[in-house]
Design a protein around this ligand. Structure first.
Ligand code: ADP
Ligand code: MG
Length: 244
């Protein structure tokens, strides 16, 4: 089989501050221990193989570990234990801010991102107009990124990720941001990527789009994969479960 991503027995643990103490007595008694931390298991025992050309959907409630999994695939986080192998270049369109620098202009950020993704300056020059056309932010490109609204940042980030040609595309909640027009463009991009036979991982709460595009869907619940299957089955199972 032609797997581009293989994940074996993967765990991800974060150290998070221990819960706040409520009473004054507890606070006094534990004054020096206030910054104590505890383990939080964001992903548990993840086994997942993704084939070349697969359009994989990841669904699940907020906090179930979807973004953490994408960040591990993008090599932004390391797994705590377990193995992951990724064969191919990755274009991550993840949460706000990754690979962005607020003190640089939007234009400079396009170049910064392109370089991070391995393009030469000349290649970025050639892509720049395409990014602009997709983002629709022409008159703001000399503005510092920190003055962009979060919606504008997401548009720019997705425009960059979608324009650059790579093997694997990671999309985290792209459809949740932007106006209807931008959502339409994003859906067109997904259709294009699918036609080209690219490998795409789409995290979304838009279950219609998940059904429309995904060849396989994974349901994450509290860091555990509780269901894998075709889009119709997994989405319907998830809806049914949410209604219970
Ligand atoms: P989702 O994308 O499904 O909403 P996330 O993967 O963002 O969920 O988060 C899963 C859990 O891991 C959440 O409880 C979140 O608070 C926690 N988490 C994510 N990133 C970190 C981090 N860097 N440090 C500590 N906890 C984190
Ligand atoms: Mg998330």
């Amino acid at each position: 089989m032609n797997f581009v991503i293989q994940i074996k027995d993967l765990h991800k643990k974060f150290r998070i501050p221990r819960e706040k103490r409520d009473t004054l007595k507890e606070n006094i008694l534990h004054f020096y221990k206030r910054v104590e931390k505890e383990d939080f298991h964001a992903l548990k025992n993840i086994n997942l193989d993704i084939q070349h050309g697969e359009f994989l959907g990841i669904i699940g409630k907020n906090g179930s570990g979807k973004s953490t999994l994408l960040k591990i695939i993008a090599n932004i986080y390391k797994p705590t234990t377990g193995e992951i192998s990724v064969n191919g270049s990755v274009s991550p369109f993840l949460e706000l801010g990754i690979g962005f620098n607020g003190d640089l202009s939007a234009r400079e950020n396009v170049y910064l991102n392109g370089i991070i993704m391995g393009l030469s300056r000349k290649e970025i020059d050639e892509k720049y107009n395409e990014v602009l056309a997709f983002a629709g932010l022409d008159e703001f490109m000399e503005m510092r990124l920190k003055n962009f609204s979060s919606g504008m940042q997401v548009r720019l980030a997705f425009a960059i990720a979608a324009t650059i040609d790579t093997d694997i595309y990671l999309c985290d909640e792209v459809l949740a941001v932007g106006d209807i027009n931008f959502q339409k463009k994003s859906l067109n991009i997904f259709s294009d990527l699918k036609k080209k036979g690219k490998t795409v991982i789409l995290v979304s709460h838009d279950l219609d789009s998940i059904k429309k595009f995904c060849t396989k869907v994974v349901l994450l619940e509290k860091g555990i994969i509780t269901k894998v299957g075709n889009a119709e089955d997994v989405v319907n199972y998830y809806i049914q479960k949410s209604e219970e």
